[in-house]
Design a protein around this ligand. Structure first.
Ligand SMILES: C[S@@+](CC[C@H](N)C(=O)[O-])C[C@H]1O[C@@H](n2cnc3c(N)ncnc32)[C@H](O)[C@@H]1O
Length: 280
């Protein structure tokens, strides 16, 4: 059990939460991802499921790292090339190297970042997300993408971001955790509608069309662990961007989205679609 009065004292939540059970007896996506990235905030069921995925997709740890590197490239691009100074990072994950505010504030120290995650273990580690530059600001909201209106109305968000000015929304490796019947496209649209022209959205999503047999196997493994996992086709991922203008190079394998160095020999070696779009 975690004590949320401590989180309140740290300014992470406005009111004490109900006592939280971290459910370390079942795998959680944030902790499996932490395991693949080489972190220490994971438990035996997370590692067991992480290893099961790895048996089917041996490159999964590299793919997770490449997904994380995309987050860095996209945030840097938004800060440097699009002039964005406010970010909304939904599905933040357990803090690790290259958190959004670190990348954004390295590019422009006045950048403001609001983080959102629904996993209590991320909340428990959120202090690491609050070490903002003095010129900028960060906030953390314990909330669910299934309730986008609540996220947008949260006082921590409205205190930190000015929604009349452009925002960089990041939805990096989160949308595959929402089933089609829960309408992830509709939830994302609520967020897109709330943002000002000039705002951008950066998305990554595991693709069902890179290696369908392996993807079917990990989906089956996830289901046994009571996890929702929905890899999607490139066309399904493109729908998340609505009518926003897709920036070059469009929705592409994550290795091929504006690589830092040389173009990768095989962009499809990491099974994530990725893209960034701008509101006209
Ligand atoms: C695979 S991690 C990705 C972390 C980070 N975005 C990255 O790419 O490095 C997915 C994160 O989304 C969070 N998440 C899953 N479903 C969510 C939801 N419905 N609302 C908010 N957060 C969610 C998980 O707790 C986890 O921390």
């Amino acid at each position: 059990m975690s004590d949320s009065t401590d989180w309140m004292k740290r300014g992470l939540v406005e009111q004490p939460l109900e006592p939280v059970d971290l459910r370390t007896d079942i795998p959680h996506s944030a902790r499996m991802y932490d395991y693949w990235l080489g972190g220490k905030t994971n438990f035996p069921p997370d590692r067991a499921m992480g290893e099961l995925f790895e048996q089917v997709i041996p490159g999964i740890k590299v793919m997770a790292r490449e997904n994380r590197r995309f987050l860095g490239r996209a945030v840097r691009y938004l800060a440097q090339e699009e002039g964005i100074r406010q970010f909304l990072d939904i599905g933040t994950g357990i803090p690790t190297e290259g958190n959004t505010h670190e990348v954004a504030q390295a590019a422009a120290e006045e950048s403001r970042v609001v983080y959102v995650d629904n996993d209590p273990i991320v909340l428990a580690h959120a202090r690491a997300l609050m070490d903002s530059s003095s010129a900028g600001r960060t906030a953390y909201i314990h909330a669910d993408l299934m309730e986008p209106e609540k996220i947008l109305a949260d006082p921590a968000l409205t205190r930190t971001l000015d929604l009349d000015r452009p925002v960089g929304l990041t939805l990096v490796a989160i949308l595959m955790l929402i089933a089609d019947q829960d309408d992830p496209w509709g939830r994302v649209q609520v967020l897109l509608d709330a943002l000002a022209p000039g705002s951008c959205v950066a998305i990554t999503h595991p693709g069902s069309d890179f290696d369908p047999v392996a993807m079917d196997a990990v989906v089956a493994a996830a289901a046994k662990g009571e996890m929702v996992l929905v890899p999607r086709t490139r066309a399904e991922v493109e729908r998340f961007f609505g009518d926003w203008e897709l920036l070059e190079p469009g929705v592409v394998p994550v290795l091929g989205w504006r690589p830092d160095g040389e173009a990768p020999a095989d962009p499809a070696a990491a099974f994530y679609w990725s893209g960034v779009a701008r509101k006209r």
